[in-house]
Design a protein around this ligand. Structure first.
Ligand code: GDP
Length: 295
């Protein structure tokens, strides 16, 4: 994961550490290289620019340049900023509410929403929670059946399918059913679209009004890089997201989406999808990802 970024930063760091004394010009040259490395990893331009500006300001300070190990200090400043960029601490699911805690998954079609709904349900079930899943996707034929199949595989109950209902109808029925049957968690898999459009946003808001979700998690495909970041920025302007789940991190060699997501949405990445199998999901640990990048 993120090999190329890791290699490039490693090169910059080695050069910095290799020098006894550092001038401001040396630092600025190194920071230009950091900027290029971030942009090549497909980090969003404003995010890369802000990152480098902030780090440069800290690194050209007198304390740093006059210290005994200036290179080492500059490396530390960049490393700390990278951890902060990724989100510092691991963000937990906030589901300590009066049950059922509703977790709503939103995102574009094909981002991995349905798979991720089942993965999370499986994970929560393993933690001893009584979980129900419901698909609100009435647009894509067989979307509701797809979730029912995953429910069978994971032994998680899915809301029985009733033909002809709207997403809001289904959300209302799911809430009633989860309350009556004493479920701890209700997972709502919403309909995707090929692009962000107003009808999708309106539908999402109507469902959120009914279900009052504890979590609204945006599912985005990390492989789409800058697009993933644009989608996240659009969604976060319209729906009160509580976090992001990045799918296909197993195939993401560049890392741009992961690195830009926090700065662009202001929301933490809570989980990373690491494969197609239903147990291939991991809490997102910013420090671990940063240390992988930093080598
Ligand atoms: P949806 O349209 O957003 O509900 O997307 P799906 O859940 O149907 O997923 C689309 C495809 O992506 C399926 O083939 C999934 O198996 C695959 N997929 C989902 N998450 C991951 C992941 O983390 N890694 C990989 N490699 N594939 C994934």
């Amino acid at each position: 994961m993120f090999e190329s970024l890791s290699d490039r930063l490693g090169g910059v760091f080695d050069r910095l550490r290799g020098r006894g004394a550092l001038t401001e010009a040396d630092v600025r040259t190194a920071m230009r290289e950091v900027r290029i490395a971030l942009l090549e990893a497909d980090v969003a331009l404003p995010v890369a620019r802000d990152f480098v500006e902030k780090v440069t300001e800290l690194a050209v300070g007198h304390q740093v340049l006059r210290s005994i190990t200036p290179g080492q200090q500059v490396v530390k400043i960049v490393s700390d900023a990278l951890v902060e960029m990724l989100g510092s601490d691991t963000a937990e699911l906030e589901i300590a509410v009066t049950p059922p805690a509703v977790i709503m998954l939103v995102g574009l079609q094909g981002s991995g929403k349905t798979t991720t709904t089942a993965k999370l349900a499986k994970l929560l079930k393993k933690q001893g929670k009584k979980v129900m899943m419901a698909s609100l996707d009435v647009n894509r034929p067989a979307a509701q059946e797809q979730l029912a199949v995953l429910g069978t595989q994971t032994e998680v109950i899915t809301l029985p399918i009733v033909a002809g209902q709207t997403p809001v109808d289904i959300a209302r029925r799911a809430m009633q059913s989860a309350k009556l049957q004493g479920f701890d968690v209700l997972m709502l898999d919403t309909a995707g679209r090929l692009h962000v459009d107003q009808a999708l946003m309106d539908e999402m808001k109507a469902v959120a009004d009914i279900a009052n979700p504890a979590e609204i998690l945006l599912v985005v495909d990390s492989l789409t890089g800058q697009d993933a970041v644009n989608v996240a920025s659009n969604f976060s302007e319209q729906v009160p997201l509580t976090g992001v789940i990045l799918t296909r991190m197993d195939g993401d060699a560049r890392g741009g989406a992961a690195l830009s997501m926090r700065a662009v949405t202001g929301k933490p990445i809570k989980f990373a999808g690491m494969g197609e199998k239903l147990d291939q999901i991991e809490p997102f640990h910013p420090k671990r990802v940063a240390s992988r990048i930093l080598g």
